[in-house]
Design a protein around this ligand. Structure first.
Ligand code: MN
Length: 527
């Protein structure tokens, strides 16, 4: 039987709806917060990847969250081929109204409301009686339906909810007009067999469950998020919620790239389709790493540096004779290609702008000028300039031109003879300021100079250095994590000079902290 869906029309029963929550569940986890510009870029990349629904944020959580969901609805959401733009809400009236208001501009929109249904959560977290929770389900879904036809309802902690009560809540949500029913494994507790049992139960016991889209949302606390996702679609679930690189609360969510490639590679056992263009997977994964400053582990399936690297001689020999001997999917199919040699020092402005466009950047003339100057500078210092170098410099410079503190220059003396000394110039709110400092090493001296120019109380809790590409002339990519009054931010910097990259990362983190200070409301816990 096929389902008539408000956003997708008559649904092909073999089509899986890909719901991406990188910008919501992913973004709310420590170290992965993104600013408005970064969220817009991720949303564009997700749309290009071919996801069906983008959960763009949690509008009530903070003014910044509200603005970013609205901005995505106003830009991406205006295109004819836009994914559905979704906003999350708890069950209260204000929550639902904030979500409704934020997604309103989008051509295709969804409100996603949730409430905890497990005995444990109802008693200790909500302090509500089951009947009150049931009423809240009806009220929130009814209210949401007054603002969109496409409404999703989630039973938070659904996999630890008592069977009869779960069925009653799902029934209430469907009767009130929910068109997607999501049963999250919020705490990452379920086994694949639990998922199969719960969804089969809902389908057989709840009237109308076969007329809505069932959805699965899995956390990876036991490393089972993708396995649980596949178990759910095996019994008729047709929407999967996942994130790029598997980011999300605690151990993260089901990884989109893994779930999609499992479906594609094992289509013999999972004869279902989806709209993801798998060749874009690596690109989106790298974009997220660049924005957040966190690379995936080398052995990460699909997108890790070693995912297609064959080290054992016997394996290499086999792959050279016939790749299928040790490769179940081709590197090409998920976007692994050799780095492109892009531009040289003689490349012109037009070629540079073209390159930025193909890399997914829309820049104004001023931003182009700034980026082009920086590119020329790198082209002078580096033998070859790769796509990754361009991405690093644009992210580092152009995407931050609205920030209060800006890097101007740095002169460092270090070595084994004299104590390291850093002379630094920054622009703070448009005024150039400078300082000179000594330190235990060149990075320490530089960070002390920043402290002198812009006094602050944040503590440095993480400092890491990586390389953008290979070779000794590669740009350094640095991450600095600062902590202030329990708030944590990560900053990134890139430069052929490691110390300059470190200064840029520190300044980026400071700017993020200034933005975060402005956020007053606590971010709510959620499904
Ligand atoms: Mn979650």
């Amino acid at each position: 039987m096929s389902i008539e869906h408000p956003s997708f029309g008559k649904l092909d029963p073999n089509r899986i709806i890909i719901f991406d929550t990188t910008l919501r569940d992913g973004e709310q986890s420590p170290g992965f917060s993104m600013n408005l510009t970064e969220k817009l870029r991720m949303a564009e990349a997700l749309a290009e990847l071919g996801v069906d629904v983008i959960e763009a944020g949690f509008p009530i959580a903070s003014p910044g969250d509200f603005e970013s969901v609205k901005a995505i609805a106003e830009s991406l959401g205006q295109r004819d081929d836009t994914p559905v733009i979704c906003g999350l809400a708890r069950s209260g009236r204000e929550d639902v109204m904030a979500a409704a208001e934020a997604v309103r501009p989008a051509k295709r929109k969804r409100i996603h409301s949730f409430i905890s249904t497990s005995a444990l959560h109802m008693k200790y977290k909500l302090r509500m009686e089951p009947d009150e929770v049931l009423q809240a389900v009806t009220d929130s879904v009814t209210l949401a339906r007054q603002h969109t036809d496409d409404v999703e309802w989630s039973a938070e902690d659904g996999t630890r909810t008592e069977d009869d009560f779960l069925c009653r809540c799902v029934e209430a949500a469907i009767k009130s007009g929910a068109t997607t029913i999501n049963i999250p494994d919020t705490v990452g507790y379920a086994l694949p067999e639990d998922m199969a049992r719960i969804f089969t139960m809902v389908l057989t016991r709840v009237p109308g469950a076969d007329k809505v889209v069932l959805s699965t949302h899995n956390h990876n606390d036991l490393g089972l998020a993708v396995a649980n996702t596949l178990a759910a679609i095996g019994v008729g679930v047709r929407q999967i919620e996942s994130t790029i690189n598997g980011i999300g609360e605690r151990a993260g969510n089901a990884s989109l790239e893994e779930a999609v490639m499992a479906m594609r590679t094992r289509s013999d056992r999972i004869p279902l389709t989806n709209g993801v263009k798998t060749r874009n997977l690596l690109k989106v994964s790298k974009l997220l790493s660049t924005i957040t400053g966190f690379d995936v582990q080398p052995n990460k399936a699909i997108v890790g540096r070693n995912a297609f690297a064959h080290e054992a001689g016997i394996h290499q020999d086999g792959v050279l004779k016939n790749a299928a001997t040790y490769e179940i999917m081709t590197p090409d199919s998920v976007g692994w290609t050799k780095s492109n040699l892009v531009l040289g020092k003689h490349s012109g402005r037009a070629a540079f702008r073209d390159k930025l466009t193909t890399l997914g950047y829309q820049v104004g003339d001023n931003q182009l000028n700034v980026a082009f100057r920086r590119f020329k500078d790198i082209a002078d210092r580096k033998k070859v300039v790769y796509d990754e170098d361009i991405v690093a410099l644009v992210d580092d410079e152009v995407m931050r031109d609205h920030e209060r503190i800006r890097f101007v220059s740095l002169d460092v003396h270090c070595g084994s003879k004299a104590p390291p000394r850093a002379a630094l110039e920054l622009e703070v709110d448009g005024v150039t300021k400078s300082a000179t400092a000594h330190g235990d090493g060149p990075v320490d001296a530089t960070f002390r100079a920043i402290q002198q120019v812009f006094p602050h109380t944040a503590n440095l809790v993480l400092f890491s250095v990586g390389a953008v590409t290979e070779g000794t002339d590669a740009q350094a990519k640095t991450t600095v994590r600062l902590e202030e009054a329990g708030k944590m931010v990560d900053g990134q910097g890139a430069d052929t000079d490691t110390i300059v990259a470190s200064a840029r990362a520190y300044i980026h983190a400071l700017n993020k902290l200034l933005v975060k200070r402005a956020r007053t409301e606590p971010r709510a816990l959620s499904a």
